[in-house]
Design a protein around this ligand. Structure first.
Ligand code: BGC
Length: 758
């Protein structure tokens, strides 16, 4: 029986392999034949990716972009938000160019298309890969219904510096968690068949190390050892490649002194040769010409650098278009390189099915019926509520029915800000504010009263910088005191105060670096006045980055971090505040006590002089004026119930070779309501040929427990989980002692020891 089964299995494997080879051969044949008819100019045209700005109004045919398309000088266009316009431009390209090659339409579909999900940092706080994947699936299905075939997501830059505004776009400080998210997102967008009309090509970005920009200042220099790159910063990009991501975007920053856009080692050696990436590489927005400002040479030189590095598509720069022929004539690039780049773009178009039907993704009916649907919005609301992190709760939340709630703060009624940064496809006029969500949810079972309480910032210019791209928060011209007085008057008869404070949507995201990550003074003043009333206050914190919250942690009875939760934010927050949903998010980035602690991350090295005594200890690695502890550690988040962790049980304490270790722990819900808990497994490799982090996440499991229920959670550790890149960049594990840690966050863990020999 077993034999027959094995035989059948082999036959199936061979048949599938054969079908794939035939499919690949057909594709290759098609693209080769097509390219044999193309001129050099037409090939270079395929490498050109302009932005869509110039036919916002009027007809395509009279636009600047149309002229280029007609001349065969465009391979794709990005950020057009209309199926009609995309269809019109696609028709124009197919009908008016000599080769009739369809265009590729891309967009920054970062955390949803029209139905917006939490910002990625919030999504990562769900620690729920099925929800992450589902959000990407919905995003792909909506975007593809509107003509989009390619998204510039996921962003998996490892981030340890909350001053950097783009931490909002990523998954935080941990490579293991971010790798899992990368995989889920790529699969969510691409599915199993790129030619299906509801899947799109994913583009992992920004390759590489962009999150390590010095001082947290955007676009700034990065510089790190290869050991750190390979062990800490590279894995999430590699995970996306292993998951079959179709494209990769190179970053703005330099690596080893060479900008990523022209870094042959990075693109050709690591990405293509070591990781076997077979898709296409796109530059970031004018990333290629910016190499001139980096000091890498004139336009021709930097474009040749990019081509030699292995970049296939030039976003906005137009330098491939304008300099490549000259570089070829001068022997600085080869025709073979240009051919290869062109082939990769055409293969992507082939995989999308565009040569079968250029209008595959231009289905007005789908656009009208499958975008921003009630079902998608309901899923977004559900997912959003899972991203909230309860940072503190002194019996304020959930708010019982029948109460009068005073909702106060500049973010309580700020529709435009709910979707957060990078929500290009959103219609913010449709977003649900907290005022609306809470008022609807309370209904007649209580009362919601509202006052704005303060501006986002005292200084109008500071506020402008954080509320761009239509994310306005109307400024109130009353004095700060007048606004506070109104808030106090409104709160006077309330049972509980909900303070909706924090950052504006554009306080984070691209080019939104900050040197002060406190809640702005105007709002802090308000918060202090509210707390001084002695009434229970819950701070609902809107933020695109970790915020310094020392005073708040000390003095505000409850803090719920809601990030920017998307188009359904208000309803989802109301669900959590009223206890319809029990918060279960966990931080994916440490919250520092102050900016002086940055970079602060849980998986740091021990140093030769770790703090062993009490802070402060002379001649040990610590600060005079602040302890080494974060305010809230990686993995942290509370619940309306409590969980009790049993002792760690191991299948063995002494292991050898390729054995597997089973780690088991019982988790009990000791409270009175159901709740979800993210059980986290960390290891420490105590001795290594290079120094190893004090802790590394190696597993997590989100479970749901009814009140009083106990569940047994198991993890499996294999030698594969112990591997790291040594000083020769060899990926292997080393025998010796390991600590195994399990707990509800990176700080409050139980620890046991094992030995693992070769
Ligand atoms: C950003 C990318 C983005 C691109 C296209 C750049 O400025 O760095 O993340 O995908 O613009 O909008």
């Amino acid at each position: 029986m077993k034999r027959i089964f094995l035989l059948l299995l082999t036959v199936v494997i061979i048949a599938v392999g054969f079908a794939q080879t035939t499919k690949d051969a057909k594709k290759h044949q098609f693209v080769t034949t097509l390219m044999s008819k193309m001129t050099l100019d037409e090939k270079l045209g395929q490498l050109n990716l302009p932005a869509s700005s110039d036919f916002v109004t009027g007809s395509v045919s009279s636009s600047d972009i149309a002229d280029k398309v007609k001349a065969g000088k465009v391979g794709g266009v990005f950020n057009i938000r209309s199926v009609t316009k995309i269809k019109e431009l696609q028709q124009f390209a197919v009908n008016n160019t000599r080769m009739h090659i369809p265009l590729l339409f891309g967009m920054d579909v970062i955390h949803g298309y029209r139905t917006i999900f939490p910002i990625p940092l919030g999504m990562s706080a769900t620690w729920d890969m099925s929800l992450v994947e589902r959000s990407a699936q919905i995003a792909a299905s909506e975007a593809s219904a509107d003509g989009i075939q390619w998204t510039f997501s996921p962003m998996v830059d490892l981030t340890r510096d909350p001053r950097w505004g783009r931490v909002s776009e990523g998954n935080g400080e941990d490579a293991f968690l971010s790798s899992a998210i990368a995989k889920a997102m790529v699969h969510g967008y691409q599915g199993d068949d790129l030619s299906a009309p509801n899947t799109i090509i994913s583009c992992v970005k920004h390759y590489a190390l962009y999150g390590a920009a010095e001082g947290g200042r955007d676009y700034n220099t990065t510089d790190m050892s290869r050991v750190r790159m390979y062990n800490e910063y590279f894995p999430p990009y590699k995970a996306a490649v292993d998951a079959g991501v179709g494209s990769v975007m190179v970053s703005f920053n330099e690596i080893d002194g060479v900008p990523a856009s022209g870094n042959k080692w990075l693109v050709d050696d690591v990405l293509r040769k070591q990781w076997k990436f077979g898709g296409f590489v796109v530059s970031d927005y004018t990333g290629i010409p910016e190499m001139s400002s980096h000091g890498m040479g004139d336009a021709q030189t930097v474009n040749a650098l990019a081509m030699n590095a292995g970049v296939d598509m030039d976003m906005v720069g137009e330098g491939f278009l304008n300099t490549m022929k000259k570089s070829m004539a001068e022997g600085k690039v080869t025709l073979a390189q240009i051919n290869k780049a062109c082939e990769r773009i055409l293969v992507a178009k082939y995989d999308l099915g565009l040569f079968d039907d250029p209008y595959r993704y231009c289905n007005e009916k789908r656009s009208a019926t499958e975008v921003f649907t009630a079902a998608n919005r309901a899923e977004s609301r559900k997912i959003a509520a899972q991203s909230f992190v309860l940072l503190k709760n002194n019996n304020v939340l959930p708010i019982a029915t029948g109460k009068t709630i005073a909702l106060v703060g500049p973010l309580a009624n700020a529709k435009e800000n709910m979707t957060g940064t990078w929500s290009v496809g959103a219609d913010n006029s449709q977003s649900v504010t907290l005022l609306k969500g809470l008022t609807d949810a309370v209904g007649t079972n209580g009362k919601v009263v509202y006052a704005k309480g303060s501006n986002l910032e005292d200084d109008a210019e500071m506020q402008n910088r954080q509320t761009m791209f239509g994310k306005d928060i109307t400024r109130d011209n009353r004095t700060a005191q007048q606004m506070i007085d109104e808030a106090l008057a409104v709160s006077a008869n309330a049972d509980v105060i909900v303070a909706a404070l924090g950052e504006g949507a554009e306080s984070s995201g691209e080019c939104a670096s900050k040197s002060n990550i406190d809640i702005p003074e105007a709002q802090k003043r308000l918060l202090k006045a509210l707390v001084a009333t002695g009434k229970p206050v819950a701070l609902v914190l809107f933020n695109g980055r970790p915020i310094t919250l020392n005073w708040e942690k000390e003095n505000v009875p409850a803090i719920l971090d809601v990030w920017f939760a998307g188009s359904e934010a208000g309803d989802a927050i109301a669900d959590a505040l009223l206890g319809k949903v029990n918060p279960s998010g966990k931080l994916s980035m440490s919250f520092p006590q102050n900016v002086g602690q940055i970079p602060i991350y849980y998986n740091h090295k021990n140093t030769g002089r770790p703090l062993t005594g009490k802070w402060f200890s002379k001649f040990q690695s610590n600060y005079i004026d602040v302890s080494n502890e974060p305010l809230y550690p990686f993995g942290y988040g509370l619940s309306y119930t409590q969980f009790e962790y049993g002792d760690i049980q191991l299948s063995a304490k002494e292991l050898k070779g390729n054995q597997k270790l089973k780690v088991t722990v019982n988790v009990k819900n000791t409270g009175s309501v159901a709740g979800k808990e993210v059980v986290q497994l960390y290891i420490r490799d105590v001795v290594g040929s290079i120094t190893r982090p004090v802790q590394e996440l190696k597993g997590f499991n989100k479970i749901e427990l009814a009140a009083g229920e106990t569940k047994t959670v198991s993890f499996e550790i294999t030698p594969e989980s112990l591997k790291f890149y040594n000083t020769n960049l060899k990926y292997d594990w080393e025998a010796g002692e390991f600590q195994i840690m399990v707990g509800p966050n990176s700080r409050d863990v139980k620890t046991v020891k094992i030995n693992w020999n070769k």
